[in-house]
Design a protein around this ligand. Structure first.
Ligand code: GLN
Length: 473
């Protein structure tokens, strides 16, 4: 399938139309959606209106924007006016947001056409999309395997050639891990770079929205279109969207790149081989490789599984049967709330709410939540120390390739899949996963590049070197 850059160029020059691109996207979606369960909702009418308006503007000689007429898939935890937004939870049944997330407005302003909402782990809690109340998404590369999670639907939409680009959210790895499992590019931007207005909150000190795409260039184009200050999000960085596209082909000559032991040790042999292959390719392109050990990163997972559930327990208190979606009637208000939350939330969400409530309770706050915050500070300091020595870090995205359904039935095993992605979220720094090499059964492997805050341009330049070295020009 064509890249977003190619589609936008074809629409702008009149070689194709936005409506034709949209029709083609729906044909591709309908061919495989029953099997793969990628989309929970398609907005055919709304998308057609947007596409028709673009075609009219092209005909009038207007310059549409970098994503002119490009169909895009949207993770179903992002609000779009009047379109069901479920977070893959029964608790939001029937709820339609009265407003657009800022990223939706920015996409449309850049010419993109949102086609529908993609499946995820309920409230973005999970690493396989098996926690969706609406059934799992299947990996388009091997439908007996998971696409990763929580943004599994958005990754599968791109890997399955339904759309060239999509949006996901990453709290502990939910963009990078599914990108790795589906053989595509996934970027978790710097905390605050992309407005989260209209993203349904999971863990507010960690959540970020970011792009999926087949190519590094498409990722840069998409991120540039959605990034930049938004007065509607108080955590949004104060500056406008950075220049990313113009740096994609900068290369890595003279860059110092830290190969971090803790970001690949314990991974499958094929994954370690891929990381070493990527390191060799970067060296070949002129980078200087420095071997590093950052032991603090080993503590990240434990700290995350206290901080994220603690914040989730607070954020999810708003789903009470009064304000949104589902209500299960009962004799009084307390009983109604209990019945609603019992029926509306799935097992993993309930587990997180209980863990988080416990970690925040008066008697245990210092021992659990307080302690986790100290570990978070240690992680931030350790990354800063590393970035004083090197420009960026490299490691694996995941310990292995996409696993089979049901393979990680123990929650702890599932959590361990995020061991390499979580530390970056704790620090608020950006990281990108780019497909590099193949593992068992010819399944893709993701290599992760991490950098200090606002280093997206350098990360894309390095990812582009790997994309070329892996044989994708
Ligand atoms: N898999 C991690 C979790 O379950 C991360 C999820 C995410 O990034 N949204 O919490």
């Amino acid at each position: 399938m064509k890249t977003a850059v190619e589609i936008a160029n074809d629409v702008q020059t009149g070689a194709t139309t936005a409506v034709a691109q949209l029709d083609a996207a729906y044909v591709a979606i309908e061919a495989r959606n029953a099997e793969l369960n990628v989309f929970l909702h398609l907005d055919k009418e709304g998308a057609r209106k947007i596409a028709q308006a673009i075609d009219a503007r092209v005909a009038a000689g207007e310059n549409i924007g970098p994503l002119a007429g490009v169909p895009i898939a949207i993770k179903d935890n992002l609000c779009q006016t009047g379109i069901p937004t479920t977070c893959s939870s029964k608790i939001l049944e029937g709820w339609k947001p009265p407003y657009n997330a800022t990223v939706i407005d920015r996409l449309v302003a850049a010419g993109a056409v949102p086609v529908g909402k993609t499946n995820l782990d309920e409230f973005a809690m999970g690493s396989s999309t098996e926690n969706s109340a609406f059934g799992p998404t299947r990996n388009p590369l091997d439908p007996s395997r998971v696409p990763g999670g929580s943004s599994g639907g958005s990754a599968a939409a791109v890997a399955g050639d339904m759309t060239s680009i999509s949006l996901g959210s990453d709290t502990g790895g939910s963009i990078r891990q599914p990108a790795a499992f589906c053989g595509i590019v996934g970027m978790k931007p710097t905390y605050g770079l992309v407005s989260r207005y209209g993203l349904i909150a999971f863990a507010s000190s960690l959540d970020q929205i970011g792009p999926f795409s087949k190519t590094v260039m498409d990722s840069a184009v998409l991120l540039e279109a959605i990034a930049g200050h938004d007065p509607l999000d108080s955590t949004s960085l104060p500056e406008p969207s950075p220049s990313l596209v113009s740096h994609v082909n900068d290369g890595v000559a003279g860059k110092r790149i830290g190969l971090v032991k803790e970001l690949y040790e314990g991974a499958d042999e094929s994954v370690i081989n891929a990381v070493m292959g990527a390191v060799a390719a970067l060296k070949e392109a002129g980078a200087q490789i420095v071997e590093l050990s950052i032991p603090e990163l080993r503590l990240g997972l434990s700290a995350y599984y206290l901080i994220a559930p603690a914040e989730a327990s607070s954020n999810l208190a708003r789903f009470d049967g009064v304000r949104f979606g589902l209500r299960v009637d009962a004799e009084d208000v307390t009983a109604m709330m209990e019945a609603t939350r019992t029926a509306g939330f799935g097992a993993e969400v309930k587990r997180r709410i209980m863990l988080g409530t416990y970690a925040l309770s008066a008697g245990y706050y210092d021992a659990y939540y307080g302690q986790a915050l100290k570990v978070r500070t240690l992680t931030i300091n350790a990354f800063q120390k590393a970035y004083a020595q090197v420009d960026m870090l490299i490691g694996a995205t995941t310990p292995g390739v996409a696993f089979k359904f049901g393979a990680k039935s123990d929650p702890m095993e599932m959590y361990l899949n995020d061991v390499f992605t979580i530390p970056t979220n704790l620090a608020g720094d950006p990281a990108v996963s780019v497909s590099f090499g193949k593992g068992e059964e010819n399944l893709p492997i993701g290599v992760q590049l991490l950098g200090p805050g606002r280093s997206e341009a350098s990360l894309y330049a390095a990812a582009r070197v790997l994309e070329i070295a892996d044989g994708r020009s």
